[in-house]
Design a protein around this ligand. Structure first.
Ligand code: S3P
Length: 441
């Protein structure tokens, strides 16, 4: 059931041209707020994403005793200071912490709170209350952390406090940066070296950032470790643009005839731009150019032009983590390509903000595109002559990335598309529509 009126997304009616910037990276913004809250002293942050998800992290650390003084800048980002709780630890909050829609907030907080002698109930919205949490609590319990109810899969869960954690070496069952980060952040306060091995490389922002906060850290391709107990100290940090938001502008340009855009100041961390590699393999006119470094994060521009003939490709399982949040929009591009595109081993999509695997197959079917799931693989049979049916209405199911994916259909095609629960874009990219329309002006 919809909670609001669907938004009718009208065709842009013009190619996308020019230069754009996207808001700060969501993963790095969460980590900047959370790690600064854990640290002793003041951190100065700039370029922080102002979105519902990041606001969940900000509200959480405030309730736990950090002082957050971040103000909106003319470009819409947040900048200012965070004064952490440092060696004193987080304070006992007055009530439960509501993480809203944000899996990153809830899961990272489990690792952050586990080493301290306080009790904190974590909860979230209806979507977050369905998402799996045992993958996080299981390794933390091996370290000596306590949760109530013990072994429960879904929120609300209380982090029930502990005195001293044990370092562990853990083989993660899936490539998840949230899992890796929760274990590493708990490991900061454990005695000895905590090591996390993963089956495929997930985003590595935590390992790149922790040394700047004074934590002895080592990082390899599928392994990261921290040595504790470490005293974290505040640092200065500039958040680069979010490649996951840039992907929507890039795919809009790719699908709208006559378009050519450059998106500047975007994180070009290889663990995040798998979508660019996939678009290249589909024959898209896309390139990246390095501009500099924000700390250890490389950033630069992504240039994309409309490409008339795209071809399907296979996306191997080892690459999935580097484009996991872009699969819905890549599936939409695949729907316009010649041949079949196969995304291997994407079962994790079932436990994102919604079941994105089912939602993509269903949405594409409404378009008349043949898409199906074989085991954990997603297959899309493209149709270069794809015509959007009259009066098409698609439901985002309250999932921000589905809302933007379905909106692209209306923006780049020749017929309006109604998107239900479109307001969910506020989770990661509140100005999405303005930014796309700005490029077509
Ligand atoms: C994120 C990790 C990914 C990603 C999510 C953000 C992070 O989730 O899908 O949007 O900031 O660590 P998983 O860790 O579940 O793969």
């Amino acid at each position: 059931m919809s909670t609001s009126e669907p938004v009718l997304i009208e065709p842009l009616g013009a190619p996308l041209r020019g230069v754009a910037r996207v808001p700060g990276d969501k993963s790095i913004s969460h980590r900047a707020v959370l790690l600064s809250a854990m640290a002793e002293g003041t951190s100065r942050l700039a370029g922080v994403l102002d979105s519902e998800d990041v606001r969940s992290s900000i509200a959480a650390v405030r309730a736990l005793g950090a002082t957050v003084d971040l103000a909106e800048q003319p470009d819409g980002s947040l900048a200012g200071t965070v004064e952490g709780w440092g060696a004193a630890g987080p304070r006992q909050p007055e009530g439960p912490i509501d993480c809203g829609n944000s899996g990153t907030t809830a899961r990272l907080l489990m690792g952050i709170l586990a080493p301290w002698p306080i009790r904190v109930e974590l909860t979230g919205d209806a979507s977050l209350q369905k998402r799996p949490m045992r993958r996080i609590t299981a390794p933390l319990m091996k370290m000596g952390a306590r949760f109530e109810p013990a072994g429960q899969e879904t929120l609300p869960i209380t982090v029930a406090g502990s005195e001293r954690l044990r370092a562990i070496a853990y083989d993660a069952p899936m490539a998840s940066a949230q899992l890796k980060t929760a274990v590493l952040l708990a490991g900061v306060f454990a005695e000895g070296t905590t090591t996390l091995n993963e089956p495929a490389p997930s985003r590595n922002h935590t390992e790149l950032m922790l040394p700047d906060y004074g934590v002895p850290t080592t990082a390899g391709t599928r392994v990261a470790s921290v040595t504790g107990p470490a005293a974290m100290r505040g640092c200065d940090l500039q958040v680069p643009g979010d490649p996951s938001s840039a992907a929507f502008l890039a795919c809009a340009a790719l699908l709208a005839p006559g378009s050519r855009v450059a998106i500047e100041g975007v994180s070009l961390n290889p663990a995040r731009i798998g979508f660019v590699r996939t678009l290249e393999r589909m024959g898209a006119d896309v390139s990246t150019a390095h501009e500099g470094q924000d700390g250890k994060e490389p950033f630069g521009s992504i240039e994309v032009a409309y490409t008339e003939r795209l071809r399907g490709c296979e996306v191997p399982a080892q690459h999935i983590a580097s484009l996991v949040d872009e699969i819905p929009v890549l599936a939409l591009v695949a729907a316009h390509a010649h041949g079949v595109t196969v995304f291997r081993e994407v079962g994790e999509l079932r436990v994102k903000e919604t079941n994105r695997l089912a939602a993509v197959v269903e949405g594409l079917a409404r378009l008349g595109v043949n898409a199906w799931v074989e085991g954990d693989d997603l297959c899309v049979e493209g149709d270069p002559g794809l015509v959007v049916p009259d009066g098409l209405a698609l439901d985002s199911l309250g999932d921000h990335r589905l809302a933007m994916t379905w909106a692209l259909l209306g923006l780049t095609g020749s017929k309006p598309v109604a998107v239900e629960r479109f307001e969910s874009v506020a989770v990661s990219y509140p100005r999405f529509l303005d930014d796309v329309r700005g490029l077509a002006a």
